[in-house]
Design a protein around this ligand. Structure first.
Ligand SMILES: Nc1ncnc2c1ncn2[C@@H]1O[C@H](COP(=O)(O)OP(=O)(O)OP(=O)(O)O)[C@@H](O)[C@H]1O
Ligand SMILES: [Mg+2]
Length: 329
């Protein structure tokens, strides 16, 4: 059985799995469209790198994953204007510089080969190391740009042998070097960017990153938690002139209420029509808190029919009540 045929069919195709079930996912259409369009426009060299700002748990990661999946499956890789989507989430685990560089480069290789050879399982299965190298060699037969693959394998080899002074630069730069050399387009989605600042990471990334994002052949879309809260940071992204800023705000009252109703229907919670907008409002339009509140009610089988019930749920869920205290203090 080929690796591909071993995979079960999915209701919505994905290479990177979103957490929110489709019947529950609400709104954000404007952002999904914007990023999808910006990514495909990169083929015409019209797209700037972009930072997606938004408070914690506003749904940044969900937006990124959905756009990446769409780019992966809705484009024809043989179209000369097709753009290769790459999603990378910075790990929050300690990593040395070589491990980071290998991880970053292997991720690029998986998306690049998986997209051009129409083998999504390469990304989904997350193959690494020797198994990935073998897969790349096997993929060469159906691959249009074998030379670029050899480059990437050479860089991978040099990093693994520690035969390069700045492995992280080689990894971050690989996207740009590949895209520039054959005039292809690679769009990189960098998630949980705050993790590059972990104190336990004692190697430099941001400087090298600034070079990598400059090429119009490979715009980078970036998001992360702390960068969203820090005004200073916001300005430094902007000031370096290499990034556009886009904000993912709280859901509007209408969409927050819609989400509350969808979550209630999906998880079998009782929610009266008049309480849906109240829940959305109490949660400040934050999709994560709206979902948590309704799921808590479903779990405890408490019908949400008035404000007192909401207070009761808040008392039961320490995490939620902590958030509400912060919001209203
Ligand atoms: N559009 C949406 N519709 C329904 N639920 C959503 C939506 N967006 C986010 N959520 C809910 O919010 C949760 C958090 O979303 P996500 O992880 O994308 O947020 P984030 O902004 O990336 O958070 P962080 O700042 O912690 O990285 C999801 O698991 C889901 O429960
Ligand atoms: Mg996130």
């Amino acid at each position: 059985m080929s690796p591909e045929s071993a995979i079960l069919p999915k209701s919505v195709p994905w290479v990177i799995k979103p957490l929110v079930p489709e019947p529950v996912y609400t709104d954000r259409e404007e952002h999904l469209e914007y990023l999808y369009h910006a990514a495909t426009e990169a083929a015409r060299r019209r797209t700037m790198s972009t930072v997606l700002l938004g408070q914690r748990r506003m749904g940044k990661t969900e937006v990124f994953k959905r756009v990446v999946n769409r780019l992966f499956f809705e484009q024809d890789p043989e179209d000369p204007n097709a753009v290769v989507p790459v999603y990378y989430s910075f790990p929050d685990q300690p990593m040395d510089v070589t491990a980071f560089a290998v991880d970053y480069l292997e991720n690029l290789i998986r998306y690049y080969v998986g997209f051009y050879t129409r083998q999504p399982w390469i990304v989904e299965k997350r193959i690494t190391g020797d198994a990935l190298i073998r897969t790349v060699h096997e993929a060469k037969e159906c691959f249009p740009f074998t030379g670029r693959l050899d480059w990437m394998l050479d860089w991978h080899d040099a990093i693994c042998r520690k035969d390069t002074p700045f492995p992280q630069r080689d990894a971050l730069d690989a996207v740009r070097r590949v895209a520039d050399s054959d005039d292809s387009t690679i769009v990189v989605f960098l998630d949980e960017f705050q993790n590059i600042r972990l104190p336990r990471h004692n190697f430099e990334l941001t400087g090298f990153m600034q070079e990598a994002v400059e090429s119009p052949n490979c715009p980078h879309f970036v998001t992360g938690s702390e960068i969203n809260d820090s005004v200073q940071e916001k300005f430094s992204w902007h000031a370096c002139g290499k990034f556009k800023i886009r904000t993912l705000d709280a859901m509007t009252g209408y969409w927050g209420a819609e989400l509350a109703k969808k979550v209630a229907a999906y998880y079998d919670a009782e929610l009266s029509e008049k309480m849906a907008p109240v829940v959305a409002d109490r949660c400040g339009g934050n999709p994560f808190y709206i979902t948590t509140m309704i799921r808590q009610a479903a779990f405890r089988q408490i019908p949400i029919e008035n404000n007192e019930v909401l207070d009761r749920i808040l008392k039961l869920d320490l995490f939620l009540s902590f958030y509400m205290d912060e919001r209203y203090s």
